[in-house]
Unconditional design. Sequence first.
Length: 755
Amino acid sequence: MLFKPLFYNVNMKKIVINISMLFLAVMQLNNVTAQQKFIKQKVDSVLRLMTLDEKIGQLNQYNDDWRATGPITPDNNKIGQVKAGQLGSLLNCIGVSRTRSWQELAIQSRLKIPLLFGLDVIHGFNTTFPIPLAEACSWDLEATEQTARVAATEASASGIHWTFAPMVDIARDPRWGRVMEGAGEDPYLGSKIAAARVKGFQGNKLGDINSVMACAKHFAAYGAAIGGRDYNSVDMSERLLWEVYLPPFKATVDAGVATFMNSFNDINGVPATGNKMLQRDILKGKWNYKGFVVSDWGSVGEMINHGTAKNGYEAALSAITAGCDMDMESRSYKNNLAKLVEDGKVSVGLIDDAVKRILYKKFELGLFDNPFKYCNEQREKTELAKPEHAKLAREAGAKSIVLLKNQNNLLPLSRNLKSIAFIGPLVKALKQNKGSWDVEVPGIDSNFIVSQWEGLQNKVGANTKLLYAKGCEMEGNNKDGFAEAVEVAKQAEVIILSIGERREMSGEARNRSDITIPGVQEELLKSLLATGKPVVVLINAGRPLVFNYTSDNAPAILYTWWLGSEAGNAIADVLFGDFNPSAKLAMSFPINVGQIPIYYSHFNTGRPVTSSKVPNTSYIDISVDPKYEFGYGLSYTSFQYSNLQLSKKLMKMNEQVDVSVTITNTGKYDGEEIVQLYLRDKVGSIARPVKELKDFRKIFLKAGGSETVTFVIRKEKLSFYNQQLQWVAEPGDFQIMIGASSKDIRFMEDFELIR
Ligand code: GLC
């Protein structure tokens, strides 16, 4: 600065800095707006040149022939349609070579409009990360963004522009196979994770070479399918939809998600794909969403099965009118939209809106400037198997493992053990560790998966003898392997047993009516326990399972989900304490399937189970409580909560309450604790849940260390949708709960909200 004003001081410096930042922000905003205007002009200029056929072409997406993630529509003229500019996108087409070949055909078309290539990059591309539900248990938003970032880097290096992720469906029914794909039961945690994944996939901005378009799916309420059966109907009040199922989608819009995917299910009888309220009134209306909506696979055509369309003509009319911009695979748009326009049933304006949304993204990605921008053979060679990606997978894996039980501190294991028996059907499995919705990259050996056996070998020293027995298969009643397993176990100081459900038992269309550990695996545990040796059980699954025998009898249990490429190393890091487990459940674990749907943020009812003097809402045969509650997870250390402070007990609507609590690591291991803030609106114009997660902090504390955590409560954390669907905070008494889980509440304190 050339001169210093006489009154120059620190405050003045702050003011100068703030003005400069404001100026930069305005400049940046103007720059973004300028770019948006520029793209819009280009979109409009292309649109003016397009025939109706070419416009309709952009609204179609076909499956390539690498793999099908749904029922295929036979079509032996994809090439001809691409060359004629009658296709907007391909999915399940991967690799620089293959995407380049399709793009070369696309730019032979009259207007040379490039194709979009989409793929389900759900939890990693070539490097596989923990399944999303496992990663959600880390409550680590930064790490979650990082894994999505790496997935986008690898996928974009292989020609992919667009991932059909994050799946943000709230799920409270572990029978549903797709719980593995989301972030569990809670709207607050689910919203934070949804936003982190969008930011990870899309990076700083679309058009960066390492960024891909994200896709918020499945819009909406797909996780509430009756009976936990995929694709089944959903029946819910609009209030519940707004309160529980929409917030993660809104969080993706606020995070700038490029696309949406609607869902297979009907909501109260209206298929989501033909649901105007969802797609036009809420998404493109109230939320002012500017991206585009793709159908879920053939969900446009499936409205015929739903019985809300007599034929493809009516299905296409319903979907385009309701706001579904692109038809994946069903060809309802291709075969009917031109006729619908000719018959005056669909305006060209409606089609133009959909086309513009799609073209906008193609410009934003830079595909018009360079259709081969993501077809860089060199990048594909260097980006897909970087050691730092594997390192991240190993860290993400360890962060996702939930310590459910650790009697007498059996864990962590000592490196001085002379012998360990590693037993079970998953010990030497490879691809099982990838879980469902993994990507098998053709031509690239994606089997660089560290098995659980290999992970242990990598960890223990030459002085520890590792013994192995499979014991049994994951399914079936054959116990022939038990004897050998018991003999092996008798030779070891400690037994590690790795059991679970097959990865093919969760994921799309993989629903289970019985969510116990299949086969005779728990009987194998019983035989091993009979040896009197200590047993550590690893449970591998894509969902909360029921395993009461294991839970009640095994001294130590780690829920290892499906952890991906570095599963073995991540598990070994936790087993031996090189990583102190810190994960906490993102979904309630039922005692048995009869308790489902089960979730912590339930209403109190007029006869809560606490009112033991009158008949109440409990079961006569088991507790209403879960086996393991939302937010539960142990550590090798312990944490003390003390010194809860509230900045005030009376809060006006425009004020805030600062809540602080001191956390101390009272154990002998450094570790992380996820401190949870729950709130309860004690009296409302409608019943309010007994508690709702409204904030959390994940903090690292060295052994003996302390930290004071502060939460800020403002009106929006106290607000809810009332009977008129207004987002309101009502004056009255509120309860603050600070907990280590939704059940392990360490502090309760009331305050009052006043006008
Ligand atoms: C599948 C899934 C959806 C996926 C799409 C493309 O049916 O429901 O999540 O993105 O089809 O594979």
